[in-house]
Design a protein around this ligand. Sequence first.
Ligand code: C5P
Length: 132
Amino acid sequence: MKLVLVVAAALIDADGRVLIAQRPEGKTLAGLWEFPGGKLEPGERPEAALIRELHEELGITVKEACLAPLTFASHAYDDFHLLMPLYICRRWEGLAISKEGQNLKWVRPNKLRDYPMPAADIPLIPHLTGLL
Ligand code: C5P
């Protein structure tokens, strides 16, 4: 089965809330809420990919030293296997805004279950509630 590598971030604000983004119409899993991030380009390191994606999607600048690996998702979808490390990030430059038309929400970790998420993201939630 094809392996897809995606990297994601739990951006945490000063109030302990986590940023989630809604997948827009026209994309697979449209309407579901996910931790921001995206696919690695060939040869790209996960941290570099995440810094690039967060800048493209949210307009923020993240330093590699501010990314701490927390856990990873490993999920077999019908047509591919997704491997997705999740990094915690509490410091960045700029205000996170929607650069690609996606809805954004800052959510308390204990409220994440109110937002439908892709199957791969759901097992990540207890790692965040346990942390904050
Ligand atoms: O965002 P993109 O469409 O490039 O991601 C590739 C695939 O990885 C998606 O179709 C989705 O199935 C999966 N994905 C996920 N959770 C995320 C990001 C992506 O399950 N947070």
